[in-house]
Structures are given as C-alpha cells and as structure tokens.
Design a protein around this ligand. Structure first.
Ligand SMILES: [Zn+2]
Length: 339
C-alpha cells in the first residue's frame, strides 16, 4: 500500500491499516499532533486506499486513475478545506463558516466516481466558533459513504463536542532517520547535491518536523545565529544602544520575526544544556558549540531560563498582533533585567 510512502508514524499506520482491513472505519477521524509530521499526507493516503480501483479499500496502487487524481487533488470525491488569511496582511488564517457550509452541501451527494467521499479539514482548530458549531451537525449526522478527517495540531482549541465525535489518532514528531530520508529525497528532487553535513544539521534542527527540516531560508536564518549569540552576550542596561538598534532592524522583518525568535529559543536552550553538561550531545547548533560554551560561562542558569520564558511570551504577543518593535524592546529590557 502507499502507506509505505509514509515515513515514521508506525502507530497511526497500524491503526489505520487495521481499520481498513476490517472495514470498520469510523465516520470521522481526528489526526492530531504537532505541525508538519505527516498528518495531511497520511489523510490523503487513506483517501487513496478507500478509492483505489485495483487494491482498494485496503490498499492503494498509486497507479490507477483514482490514485492519480487523488494525488493531484483533482478527484471529485476528495474535498480538502484549509484556513485562509482574510487579507494578505492579516497574520492569522481562519476557516470561515461559508467554506464549511459549502463542504456540507457537497457531502450531501453520493460519491461521484469513487467509493467513498473523503473530506479533509486541515488545521481544524482554525474554524471560528460559528464554523465549528455548524460542522458539529455534520459530525452528529454523518453523511453516507463519507469519511471525514479533521487535522489539528492543537486539540485544546477545538470544541470538546467536536473532539468527542471523532476517533483520535495521535501523530508524533518524526524519528531522525525518517527526517533524514525526507531531506535527502527533497534535495535530490531539487537537483541539489546532498552534503551529509547539511542533512545532519537540518535533521538536528527540525525537531521531527518536515517543514523545519526543508526550510528554504535555512541559510539566511543560520547567519542570524552568531548575531543572536552576540546580542544575548552583550545586552545590558549599559548597552541600551544595542537593544534599540537590534529591535528597530528586526521589527521590519515581519515575515521572519517568528523564525528569528525560534532561533533565539534554540540558542538559549542549547546554552542552558551546555551549562548543565558541557559535553552534552543534545545541542541543536553543534557547529556553534564554541560560541555557545563561551556564552554559557557569561550567564547564570536562572538568567538564561528567564530569557527563554520571555521569548515565548514575546512570540505569542506578536502572533496576537502586538506591535513588533515594542514587543521586541520589552523582551530585551527583560533580558537586561535578567542579565
Ligand atoms: Zn490505485
């Protein structure tokens, strides 16, 4: 089955395989777990298996017309809805009630050419309350010959009544070997040379998430790291000039702020780990061990932990539309207090 295409995720694969083989498939699944670990990919594979013309509904061939149409997302019985940003400048994408209603209408009909309609709601936690309440009706009275797959990275943002009507399947961060294979395949498909050091670095930094492992702005972000180490090392009430210089420059990089703050999180994490055990093998930024060791000698553990916590608070504030420059200034003033 093309489930072989899914790397890692042995438990979810086993559960789904068992359900497909026994024919006891629930009306709705809820695939949950952190972002970018293969939930949507798996949902598509389930859609293929249920409709495959040669091996379905237990298996899929990846060759028949149905498998090919599902792979290309043009099968008339496959519906995928995803959150959209209401305008190019809005930070959060939402799933609106109109889209949910549109989907509900389509699910009233019998399958058009396949055996089972498959409706995938990606990032289901982005449904606004009206959309979620409306969708609840579909879960309560499931349409025939239909499998609904909700995908969510944060279960707690979903209505409990929605969660309780689905069979949950938990997805875990991908194991290192799976991530390395994905990186290698991706680089090869792009015609790039595969350097073992690059694969190693990407996989270490990915935390089991494909999107982090394949990020195209990796090099750009990597170059930020030394500047960030320098910043943490220098920042103090005596060097407020640094605070304002840095925040002014970074607050303009709206697209990159979250990535920069993630990078800062990794640096603080690595520094704390080195402080606890200078020989630790758990650091993400293995190529910067020397600089990180130096930083770990300059800062106390409580100061580093306080900074770590402040970065998390800042990330949330910026996500919730706080003024980026003010939020970054606040963060660095807390750094000064901690230092
Ligand atoms: Zn097929």
């Amino acid at each position: 089955m093309s489930f072989e295409n899914i790397l890692g995720q042995d438990r979810p694969k086993q559960t789904l395989n068992k359900a497909l083989r026994s024919g006891r498939i629930p009306n709705a699944y809820l695939f949950h777990g952190q972002k970018s670990v293969g939930k949507k990919f798996t949902a598509i594979e389930v859609g293929k298996a249920l409709n495959c013309k040669t091996l379905g509904p237990v298996n899929s061939c990846d060759k028949c017309a149905s498998c090919i149409k599902i792979e290309k997302r043009i099968h008339p019985d496959l519906f995928i809805i995803e959150p959209k940003k209401s305008s190019p400048t809005s930070r959060e994408a939402i799933l609106k009630i109109d889209e949910v209603r549109e989907l509900q209408k389509k699910l009233l009909y019998l399958p058009y050419e396949g055996k089972t309609k498959v409706a995938i709601i990606n990032n289901a936690e982005c449904m606004n309350p009206q959309a979620a309440n409306s969708f609840l009706k579909t879960l309560e009275e499931p349409p025939s010959k239909t499998l609904i797959i909700l995908i969510a990275s944060n279960l707690y943002q979903l209505l409990p009544t929605v969660v309780s009507r689905c069979q949950g399947i938990r997805f875990h961060p991908l194991p290192t070997q799976a991530i390395k294979t994905i990186i290698r395949n991706h680089l090869e498909s792009e015609g790039s040379e595969t350097q073992p050091e690059e694969i190693e670095l990407r996989s270490r930094r990915s935390m089991g998430q494909v999107v982090c492992a394949l990020g195209t702005d990796l090099l750009e972000i990597l170059n930020e790291r030394e500047e960030l180490i320098q910043l943490v090392s220098l920042v103090s009430f005596k060097r407020m000039d640094q605070v304002f210089l840095w925040t002014k420059a970074k607050s303009k990089q709206t697209e990159h702020i979250q990535l920069i703050l993630d990078e800062l999180t990794r640096i603080l994490r690595d520094t704390v780990l080195i402080k606890i055990d200078p020989e630790t093998s758990a650091v993400f930024n293995t190529d910067l061990t020397k600089q990180l060791k130096k930083l770990s000698l300059q800062k106390s553990t409580p100061a580093l932990l306080k900074m770590f916590e402040t970065v998390q608070v800042t990330k949330v504030a910026i996500k919730l539309n706080a003024n980026s420059q003010l939020a970054l200034e606040n963060m660095l003033i807390s750094f000064c207090e901690a230092a």
